[in-house]
Design a protein around this ligand. Sequence first.
Ligand code: ZN
Ligand code: FE
Length: 249
Amino acid sequence: MPLDVRQFACLTDNYGFLVRDLASGRTAVVDTPDAKAVLDALDAAGWGLDLILNTHWHPDHAGGNAAVQAATGARIIGPEEVRRIAPLDEVVSDGDWVALGETRFRVIGCGGHTLGHVAYHAPEANLAFVGDTLFAMGCGRLFEGEPAQMWTSLQRLAALPDETRLYCAHEYTAANARFALSLDRDPAVSARAETIFEARRRGEATVPTTVALERATNPFLRAPLLAPDAAGPVEAFAQVRAAKDAFKG
Ligand code: ZN
Ligand code: FE
């Protein structure tokens, strides 16, 4: 059954996502970057809230849990690590399924940005909420994990069907594109960067992206091609990640 996704910008560069299972009218929010922004988006849509799905524990993802739950009565589901800062009613981990009406989300463990980070993939709706693991032309910083863990996590997301829409939690794409152009001369990368710069000049979101687009243009997925002298794919990824961390573009 179809899902209705309402994406809204909040905080400095976060995106929040309301997702409604149209068959049942059951509605979730993916992360709670800003409680007021979540509640305003619900009001604008005229929807109640049944579920909060957290991707990881960072305050710009779980910081609004308590206030959103108090206002809506929604049940909160997420990885155990969320309990470091916010309430959680049910813990999920890799391989679990979460039901939203008739829609089922598979939990994909994708640690690296934080150790317990998860993504939520709805195979029938062809979309996934990927938090701060994979960004359009980018990936999350390694605050807690090692390169090997993040590389594996990115590979798991990149292995989803080509047409899968990926909802990333930040609008970092123009900066990511500038970095990509600094080390990748592939025509698909240049063309996409131009499209992104134009979209941002018009104030348009560059999220969601797709698996096919990321496989073709994301410098972290392309790391083995961009760092051919590295000992292997994990080392190549680590080199590209370190270059991004140092990039002043
Ligand atoms: Zn984060
Ligand atoms: Fe974040």
